[in-house]
Design a protein around this ligand. Structure first.
Ligand SMILES: [Zn+2]
Length: 286
C-alpha cells in the first residue's frame, strides 16, 4: 500500500513532468473508484493547464486553470507516465493526455479515488498550495479529519502531548488513526515507537512529555529516511514502469518477530492491535 513517503516521492517526480503542460484530452475506463463515479462528463479538463501540484497526507492535488483534481492511490494505485501512443496496462482507470505523453492511473483493487473541485476564484496558485498543506481543503479530500503533516512546522511533540491527554487508547493505533498526525502507517509506527522506547500498548495519555519529544523526532526521521530511499527510484518513475519502488529500509522491529532486537538482543515480539500486527521489544519498550 502506498504510504506517505511513496506519495511524496511520486509528487516530487511528477512535478517537473506535468507542471506548465496543457491537458490535450482525458479519459476513463468507466469503473468506479471510492467516490469517483467512472464518468468524466462535465469535468472539461481538455485545454486546462496544470499550474501546480501538491500533496496533503496521501492525496495528490493538481491545480488546473479552472479546476482542482484530487487523487488517492488507495491500496494498489500507481501513476504511470508514458509516451502518449503507448498501449494501456490493464486496470488503467483514468488518464490525462499531454502533448507527447500520457499520465495513467492504474489501480487493480480500485480503492483509490479521483475527485474534482472547482478552483476558488481570486486565489493564487501559491495560496492554493499553501492552503492545501495547512488543511484548507481537507473536507473536500477526506471523509475524516486529517492531522498535521509530520514534516511540517505544524507537527510538534507538544501537539502529540496535548492531544493525548486523557486518551486511554493504546498509543500505536492512536497514532495510526491519522487524526492528530497523518502518515504514520504500520511500519513507521512500529519503528518509531521502538526507537523512542515506548511500548505500543501503552495508553497514549500515559506517555510523558519528554517521551513525545523523542517520538516526534523518530517519526520525522523514519519518514525522511523513506523519502530519501524512494528518491533514488525517481529515475524509474520517469520510465515506462512507474512502480513506486521498494522502500524497504533496514527495519529494526517491523516484520522481525523472533529475531534479536538490534539494541538489547531479546527476541522481537508481535501483537495484534486494531487488526494490525505490531512489532516490539519487551526489553527496550515500556
Ligand atoms: Zn530491545
Amino acid at each position: 500500500m502506498p504510504e506517505l513517503p511513496e506519495v511524496e516521492v511520486i509528487y516530487r517526480g511528477l512535478e517537473p513532468l506535468v507542471v506548465g503542460k496543457a491537458i490535450v484530452s482525458a479519459g476513463c475506463s468507466g469503473h468506479r473508484l471510492r467516490s469517483f463515479q467512472g464518468d468524466l462528463a462535465g469535468w472539461n479538463l481538455e485545454g486546462q493547464k496544470v499550474q501546480a501540484i501538491g500533496r496533503r497526507s496521501k492525496y495528490l492535488v493538481l491545480v488546473l486553470s479552472q479546476t482542482m483534481l484530487g487523487l488517492h492511490l488507495g491500496m494498489s494505485g500507481q501513476l504511470i507516465w508514458r509516451p502518449r501512443k503507448a498501449g494501456m496496462a490493464s486496470h488503467t482507470h483514468a488518464w490525462l493526455c499531454f502533448s507527447g505523453h500520457r499520465l495513467d492511473y492504474v489501480d487493480p483493487r480500485r480503492f483509490g479515488d479521483l475527485k474534482r473541485l472547482a478552483r476558488p476564484a481570486n486565489v493564487s496558485t501559491e495560496d492554493l498550495i499553501d492552503g492545501l498543506m495547512q488543511g484548507r481543503w481537507d473536507n473536500w479530500l477526506s471523509p475524516g479529519p486529517l492531522g498535521a503533516e509530520p514534516l511540517s512546522e505544524g507537527f510538534s511533540p507538544d501537539l502529540l502531548y496535548k492531544a493525548s491527554r486523557g486518551v486511554q487508547q493504546a498509543i500505536k493505533p492512536w497514532l495510526m488513526r491519522g487524526h492528530v498526525v497523518v502518515g504514520v502507517g504500520n511500519i513507521y509506527a512500529s519503528e518509531a515507537l521502538h526507537a523512542a522506547g515506548i511500548h505500543p500498548s501503552r495508553p497514549a495519555g500515559r506517555v510523558a512529555r519528554e517521551r513525545y519529544e523523542r517520538l516526534a523526532l523518530e517519526i520525522q526521521s523514519q519518514l525522511s529516511a523513506a523519502i530519501r530511499a524512494g528518491g533514488s527510484t525517481l529515475r524509474d518513475f520517469r520510465s515506462a514502469h512507474g512502480e513506486p519502488g521498494d522502500y524497504a529500509l533496514a527495519h529494526k522491529v517491523y516484520d522481525q518477530e523472533g529475531k534479536p532486537c538490534k539494541r538489547c538482543g531479546r527476541p522481537v515480539r508481535r501483537l495484534i492491535q486494531a487488526q494490525r500486527s505490531s512489532f516490539f521489544c519487551s526489553g527496550c519498550q515500556r
